[in-house]
Design a protein around this ligand. Sequence first.
Ligand SMILES: Nc1ncnc2c1ncn2[C@@H]1O[C@H](COP(=O)(O)OP(=O)(O)OP(=O)(O)O)[C@@H](O)[C@H]1O
Ligand SMILES: [Mg+2]
Length: 262
Amino acid sequence: MRTLCFSNNKGGVGKTTSALNVGLALARRGHRVLFCDCDPQRSLTISFEGADIPEHVGMLLMRKGEFSLDDIHAVIRPVGENVDLLPASAEMEANEAQLPGWDAEHSTRLADILEMVAPEYDYCVIDTKGSIGTLTWIALAATDLLYIPVDPEFYGFEGLTNLINTCTRLRRRINPTLQVGGIFFTKYSPAYRARLRHDVVDLIKDHYGKEVPVFQTTIRQSTAIPNAQMAGTGLFDYAPDSTGAEDYEALTDEILLHLHAN
Ligand SMILES: Nc1ncnc2c1ncn2[C@@H]1O[C@H](COP(=O)(O)OP(=O)(O)OP(=O)(O)O)[C@@H](O)[C@H]1O
Ligand SMILES: [Mg+2]
């Protein structure tokens, strides 16, 4: 199982949308996918089920002592063909402060959980909150490849540099397999397509391109994306011919290409 995490310490850039649609695109290709929601806002969890879910990944993270495979299975829910979910809960926000996470022993708790279920899946796709707190640290400690969605309109060097430096620290101290899988652009409109290419993309490539891949695929602004979310339906079912569906298929192709090349 390869663990892919979508993170950026900026809010509203398309982390959840990207985690969801790349995960669903992988499942459509026949891969067994486990989603793991590490955001107490639980947007990914809500994408599958509106009702409150009593069991959640935070319970496993908070639990002291050993846990069994049955304990993990009790929290995982099937949510589609080839798709399971480790849900989040709003409680995880309050619990985050109590989570022991910044040391090597405790920060591998999610990694330990995922390792136990690894034989059952091809990919785990993690969604994170829009800041680098304990939950994101624990998520990255369990990650093989980090993908960073960037909204070019709200782009900031400082945030991106912090996230990439966090990965470097984690790689040295806790998770040697962690790599930045790539940066990709989300929510761009044709109106600033040219500017995007000339300004922001070049800027990011110049600044990070040597250490981090910058994907060719960009995710266009697509009304089908929020509409599918409001309808409570996956994008590929709701609007299979939308630019959103097309772009997430292309991003998944590019992710797989990079994965197989490495
Ligand atoms: N390509 C797109 N075109 C149009 N709307 C989009 C696109 N991508 C995401 N959105 C919309 O932008 C909003 C934020 O997206 P999303 O929830 O994926 O961001 P996020 O980074 O996970 O946010 P948060 O930091 O709150 O977790 C959502 O309403 C979503 O429907
Ligand atoms: Mg989100």
